[in-house]
Write a protein that binds this ligand. Structure first.
Ligand code: C5P
Length: 235
């Protein structure tokens, strides 16, 4: 399968994939761990490349794995591979640096959310295309959330109706994402956080259960099951 830029091929997807994945236990860097016999990154790239809006994919790989990742992905889709950094936002910045100014929309997508469906990439890209500076997929929070002290004493219960669990791909007008990264002081756990600090509006669209982040061993078990779930957008 190859990326087929369409008439709407106005989107670059930046894929931070340089994390160690320590919470998964000892083993290869997380993006290269296997899910149903294939690296997480392969699952992710296959879905990204099948998204009609996507014209370019840039992967930030562990520095020691740049050549290996390039060889791994070459049969899947045309992908540019750069060396990631010590922190996620450095990996995103390294990948963003090679996106040409001609691509007006950038999606940032964690390799660890390797089952995010084509429909989610298209939903986020469409919302940016229709005028939003920054768009994030979000799901309602199902658990009751408590604020606690360092000792574990409950300080209060947060109104969960105003909370959302946020996923990737997160989409941006490219100039906004570049400005947010240039202005970012300190670490942020997602790119929308840097845009919020610029005072710009970040808009939520519906997230997807398939876009879960593989972090702990149980997530791998769940993702293995999700691969068997019939979804019209799953590749
Ligand atoms: O560890 P965390 O959950 O924040 O990782 C989210 C994504 O960021 C993963 O896809 C991981 O590979 C990537 N990452 C990265 N460079 C780092 C740390 C994490 O590209 N230094």
């Amino acid at each position: 399968m190859t990326a087929q830029p369409s008439a709407r091929g106005d989107v670059a997807v930046v894929v931070p994939a340089a994390g160690a994945g320590l919470r998964l236990g000892p083993g290869a860097p997380k993006a290269l761990r296997l899910l149903d016999g294939e690296p997480l990154l392969v699952h992710a790239i296959r879905r990204i490349a099948a998204s009609p809006s996507v014209a370019m994919i840039v992967v930030a790989a562990p520095p020691a794995e740049v050549d290996a990742v390039g060889a791994l992905l070459a049969p899947i889709a045309p992908v540019v591979v750069v060396a990631g950094g010590a922190e996620r936002q450095e990996s995103v910045a390294a990948a963003l640096a090679v996106v040409p100014p001609s691509l007006g929309i950038v999606l940032v997508h964690d390799a660890a959310r390797c089952l995010a469906p084509v429909s989610l990439f298209e939903r986020v890209a469409a919302a940016v295309r229709s005028g939003s500076d920054a768009v994030i997929p979000a799901l309602p929070v199902v658990d009751t959330i408590k604020e606690v002290s360092g000792d574990g004493d409950v300080l209060g219960t947060v109104d969960r109706s105003v909370l959302r669990a946020v996923q990737t791909p997160q989409g941006f007008r490219a100039s906004v994402l570049r400005a947010a990264h240039a202005a970012a002081a300190g670490l942020h756990t997602d790119d929308a956080g840097a845009v919020e600090k610029l005072g710009l509006v970040v808009r939520c669209v519906a997230g997807s259960d398939l876009a879960l982040k593989i972090t702990r061993p149980m997530d791998l078990a769940l993702a293995t099951h999700l691969l068997t779930v019939s979804d019209p957008d799953a590749v």
